[in-house]
Design a binder for this molecule. Structure first.
Ligand code: FAD
Length: 397
């Protein structure tokens, strides 16, 4: 499979680099600081996202009638992500990818015609309104209620949390309870929600890195018409699970971030002295960096293999859970070690080392979020234990 696509992948990579050089925003991405901080940055981001769709860097896997490309292969998306990471260019908003996938899979023809073009033009950014203060890993415990009003519309009341990008999104994907509380996952329904609907209030949550990425979302007597229903009433679990699988698989090209972290670690370590001695002269430092490099290579090899086995339908249950654990926990270990090492010495005034140290600090502050979003490491291990090893279901916390 790899040979079959080598030329096409190399050509694609060259094209992506050319599009980035021509059109990407000039300010490099800071991990954990993805949402725009000013109206100017937001306008620039939206312009770039529209270019990404127009150039096939995003949405190339859609059906052709909605702007997809016939010659597209899933590995092209992996190459695109790797190139975007190398160039530190903005990657597509995860929730936009999620919404596109779910609208294409479950949307009516009217919903597709209404929303897909607005996604491609970046007029609509999407957010995900699933998690609640007491329903994250155990999503089926969610309490936000949607009551049918008899004329096909619904009245929604409840609270959501960790709404990434909710403060600049035009649309939200909402999961709400239409059945009884005991119905658990069988009584949930998915909705497409304009974020300016009366009764929606967004309150910011600021990260430890000082960024405004997340929000709490309050829904107070929000009325949605029948056109907001995505899929069937009480069929929301199927919609949500299809989306979470996309989110977990998104780790594919992201493992390129590990190589970038290691490069920064080496640059910073070379400029670092403790008590006047270069830290790279210490055996334990060189060994630890080599060890982390081996871990990153292993994560990269597993994820590359995992993508290929999924493409030929030979993946094993729990593969994407392993990929997520390997990527997010290796990311955490590299950045944590780097911050610890840099904090133990004097960095000097080499501007490359100072920039690398800043990126490593961003990565470390962001790294714990990576081990939680899209399913925490513990939940990933539960999935592996149950689906791969056939061990008993974990009790609810
Ligand atoms: C970066 C980021 C972005 C996010 N964006 C969004 C978003 O846009 N929209 C949205 O709806 N949500 C979003 N979330 C929320 C995310 O889905 C939840 O944080 C996640 O599902 C975990 O839920 P929780 O935070 O409620 O933790 P809990 O579920 O309360 O878990 C707390 C701890 O208990 C552990 N635990 C839970 N269940 C088990 C079990 N069965 N066995 C063993 N251990 C367990 C967990 O691993 C964790 O360590 C985001 C989260 C992050 C970190």
């Amino acid at each position: 499979m790899q040979d079959l696509h080598t030329d096409s992948l190399a050509l694609h990579g060259a094209r992506v680099r050319e599009v980035i050089a021509r059109s990407a925003p000039k300010d490099p991405v800071r991990e954990g600081h993805r949402a725009p901080s000013t109206p100017e940055v937001e306008a620039e981001l939206r312009r770039w996202y529209a270019v990404m769709f127009a150039e096939g860097l995003s949405g190339a896997d859609w059906p052709e009638e909605w702007g997809g490309r016939q010659a597209h292969h899933a590995l092209h998306d992996v190459v695109t992500t790797e190139e975007l990471i190398r160039a530190r260019a903005p990657r597509m908003v995860d929730q936009v990818v999620l919404a596109s996938h779910l609208i294409l899979q479950f949307g009516t023809p009217e919903q597709k015609a209404r929303y897909l073009p607005r996604i491609r033009s970046a007029e609509d950014i999407w957010c995900q309104l699933f998690s609640e203060p007491n329903a994250g890993s155990d999503l089926a415990a969610l309490k936000t209620r949607a009551v049918a009003l008899g004329d096909g519309s619904f009245r929604i009341n409840g609270q959501k949390t960790w709404t990434t990008d909710g403060h600049w999104a035009q649309m939200g994907l909402l999961l709400a309870r239409t059945g009884t509380e005991e119905s658990r996952h069988r009584g949930l329904t998915a909705f497409l929600v304009p974020m300016d609907t009366p009764g929606i209030e967004i309150r910011p949550l600021i990260t430890i890195g000082g960024a405004h990425e997340f929000n709490e979302t309050f829904l107070d007597d929000v009325v949605l018409g029948p056109e907001a229903l995505l899929g069937s009433i009480d069929g929301g679990w199927q919609v949500a699970m299809s989306g979470l699988e996309v989110e977990r698989f998104g780790v594919g090209g992201n493992v390129a971030l590990l190589a970038q972290l290691l490069d920064d670690l080496v640059v910073a370590a070379r400029s670092l002295r403790v008590d006047g001695v270069w830290v790279v002269e210490h055996d334990d430092v060189r060994l630890r960096i080599a060890e982390l490099t081996a871990e990153a290579e292993a994560a990269h090899a597993f994820v590359a293999d995992c993508i290929e086995t999924i493409l030929v339908g030979r993946d094993q249950p729990g593969d994407t859970a392993v990929a997520k654990i390997l990527h997010s926990e290796t990311y955490n270990r590299i950045s944590r070690y780097a911050v610890h090492l840099i904090g133990s010495g004097e960095l000097g005034d080499n501007p490359d080392a100072i920039a690398a140290a800043q990126r490593l600090e961003d990565a470390w502050l962001w790294s714990r979020a990576l081990t939680i979003s899209g399913g925490s490491s513990e939940v990933m291990r539960n999935i592996l234990a149950k689906r791969r090893l056939g061990l008993p279901q974990a009790p609810r916390p």
